[in-house]
Design a protein around this ligand. Structure first.
Ligand SMILES: *Cc1c(COP(=O)(O)O)cnc(C)c1O
Length: 385
């Protein structure tokens, strides 16, 4: 891994997350450059990918907004200095206190997922004599070529309002005194690398906008969610995702109406490549069938392999000897606590440091304390300066 301060890191207790701040900034600048050519585009970073306060602060300072899916995330963003009106709030199950917090902080809009939710927002805004801005999360019934657990835009998924109910819901909202309908929201899934999936979403949105226009309805904001994937197998060759193709897909295929703003909620593509989980080899264990490298990080620190069968590139930072084949496993009392099977790595010795790459998104934030393990700390490039 380029630039990793291995000497300075050797005495630190492992496992820990390491964030390459320079790469994060480079990624944000690549997005900003795209935004400059499209002044009607807005990025709300999807906080659920990584809510480390230092990461949030860097993203906020680059001038981006935030996409939250819980009250806790809204609080984390406010603490990191995001203004209420740069925050959008999605989620199928928003609690009353979370809605109240959103109203109190004057967030840009709620992405509303059902009529009962809309009614509660109206009620809670009424008790505060306020008007809550809402966008309707429409389920576009567009599939995405990604893992089944992370597609969200199919009719069978729990997310959003059926396309067929769109006009009805907008009609209901228009009759409510304390909500202001301001947009449509979509999100089709995560780790999407086929631009055609985003194109399919664009075509669907065009169709829905045509339908609304026939009824004389226009909305100020279109929010297309996130989902752009990263290259997990070649983090050094493709450290910054192909934002040009991504934004160009929308520019070419989505027909924005005059004055409309187009909002994006990228998470993984913003923070995925800048983070690595650093772990130490505890034991190399030979059985009749296999050789195991037992490391001190487990699924409690990085759950993606156990949860989604995700593959992270693994590197031996301490040794460049000839490669051998290992199952790389953690110490947790679960058979799914496996990072990789039959993986080729330079010979592993006790105390070698390994890096699990591309762990900046859905890594640290999903860490848990099962087995009473401490949560992994995080270090940034400048901590080693
Ligand atoms: C998870 C999520 C995102 C971000 O997804 P990424 O794949 O990380 O870009 C954006 N919007 C909503 C509503 C989400 O739930």
């Amino acid at each position: 891994m380029k630039g990793f301060p291995i000497e300075k890191a050797t005495n630190l207790r492992t496992p820990f997350y390491y964030y390459d701040t320079e790469l994060l900034r480079r990624t944000l600048q690549a997005i900003r450059k795209e935004m400059e050519t499209h002044p009607d585009y807005r990025l709300h970073y999807a906080v659920k990918a990584n809510a480390n306060p230092r990461i949030l602060e860097i993203i906020r300072k680059e001038g981006f907004g935030a996409d939250c899916v819980s009250g806790g995330e809204i609080e984390a963003c406010i603490r990191a200095g995001f203004s209420g009106d740069s925050i959008v709030f999605a989620g199928v199950g928003k609690s009353d206190w979370e809605i109240e917090l959103g109203i109190e902080k004057n967030i840009a809009f709620f992405n509303v997922e059902s009529i009962p939710e809309l009614e509660v927002i109206n009620q809670l805004a009424a008790t505060r004599q306020k008007k809550a801005r809402v966008a309707f999360r429409i389920n576009p019934n567009v599939g995405a070529h990604t893992h089944a657990n992370i597609t969200t835009g199919l009719a069978e998924n729990k997310f959003g309002i059926d396309m067929g109910d769109m006009e009805k819901v907008i009609g209901i909202a228009a009759g409510m005194e304390h909500v202001e309908p301001v947009g449509l929201h979509f999100h089709i899934g995560s780790q999407i690398l086929e631009m055609d999936d985003f194109k399919a979403l664009c075509l669907r949105i065009n169709e829905l906008q045509d339908r609304l226009e026939k009824q004389g309805i226009t909305v100020k904001n279109i929010n297309v969610g996130g989902g752009l994937g990263i290259d997990y197998s070649c983090p050094d060759e493709v450290p910054v995702p192909d934002f040009s193709s991504y934004f160009r897909t929308y520019a070419e295929h989505l027909q924005l109406r005059p004055g409309q703003l187009l909002h994006f909620e990228l998470g993984r593509a913003v923070v995925g490549q800048c983070g690595s989980l650093i772990t130490k080899v505890l034991y190399v264990k030979q059985t009749t069938h296999k050789q195991f490298a037992i490391v001190d990080a487990g699924m409690t620190d990085l759950i993606r392999p156990a949860l989604y069968g995700a593959c992270h590139r693994i590197e031996n930072l301490s040794n460049k000897d000839a490669e051998e084949t290992y199952d790389i496993v953690g110490p947790i009392c679960e058979s799914s606590d496996v990072f990789a099977k039959a993986y080729r790595l330079p010979r592993c010795r006790r105390n070698d440091l390994l890096a699990l790459r591309s762990a900046g998104a859905y890594g640290e934030i999903m860490a848990m304390q099962y087995n009473c393990r401490p949560l992994p700390p995080a270090y940034f490039t400048e901590d080693f300066a």
